[in-house]
Design a protein around this ligand. Structure first.
Ligand SMILES: [Mg+2]
Length: 262
């Protein structure tokens, strides 16, 4: 039974992207007009994604390309942005096993990216399509030399049209094994992400996403409201574990926004 109170008062809508706004490279039906309606109602929006392979500018461009809605890059929060924010002031240099978007995020807070392990005060790991033995070796040496260990996410896989492929957790796992150190993790539902959102968002907060174990879990842990859409990895009500039961289950973001006027 949906709890429509989630819309009665809302400060910020925390909106997941893949499976909610778009699925792969296709916009999900109605998500563009839904985002437009939220903007017209002056509802504060944060797009929050565990994907660290794109910069906020690239994510905003993808929202525009797939939905027709011109999203503000300043409202995009990636797990790479959260990692950079958390490391700011803790490390001056970082060795990155991950995509260029992580470099950009770190440099935006004044952290210098280095390939020299002896110089690295931190190791940051995310999904890296160009991972190789030398990169893992350098990161391992930096970690064994005392560098801080941060992972943007520990997702074991990510969905593609060709099925599930290795996610950022595979690289983080390799380094955890090699260094015997566990990383601080920034993605949903981790406390790092929770506290970052708490700083940026206005209460009351409603989180919408397609993965109960990350999106709803983030909200439930923090005492925020949650909605699960069935337009992504979760396809039916029965697939939602009882411990991550959200306040609202709807087919799409457009349906969630539609509930405001019922
Ligand atoms: Mg998702």
């Amino acid at each position: 039974m949906n709890n429509l109170d989630v819309w009665r008062e809302i400060g910020t809508l925390v909106c997941d992207l893949d499976g909610v706004v778009y699925l792969g490279d296709e916009g999900i039906a109605g998500s563009g007009p839904a985002l437009e309606a939220l903007a017209e109602a002056d509802i504060d929006l944060l797009y929050v994604t565990n994907n660290s392979t794109k910069t906020p500018d690239e994510v905003a461009a993808k929202i525009a390309r797939t939905t027709g809605y011109a999203a503000d890059p300043g409202s995009v929060v990636t797990s790479g942005i959260v990692t950079a924010s958390r490391l700011s002031g803790l490390a001056r240099t970082a060795l990155v096993v991950g995509g260029r978007a992580i470099d950009v995020a770190l440099e935006s807070v004044g952290i210098e990216v280095t390939d020299v392990w002896q110089e690295a005060e931190a190791v940051v790991v995310g999904l890296d399509f160009g991972v190789n033995y030398d990169k893992l070796a350098g990161a391992t040496q930096a970690l064994r030399n005392g560098a801080l260990f941060y992972a943007t996410n520990t997702d074991s896989t990510y969905p593609t049209p060709d099925g599930l492929l290795p996610g950022g957790g595979v690289m983080a796992g390799a380094l955890a094994i090699a260094s015997d150190i566990e990383p601080v993790v920034s993605g949903k539902p981790e406390p790092e992400m929770q506290s970052y959102i708490a700083q940026r968002a206005h209460s009351p907060i409603l989180v919408v996403g397609d993965r109960p174990e990350t999106d709803a879990a983030l909200a439930i842990d923090a005492g925020w409201s949650s909605a699960v859409v069935l337009s992504g990895v979760t396809r039916s009500l029965e697939e939602i574990p009882a411990r991550f039961a959200p306040d609202v289950v709807v087919n799409t973001l457009a349906d969630l926004v539609g509930l405001r006027s019922t």
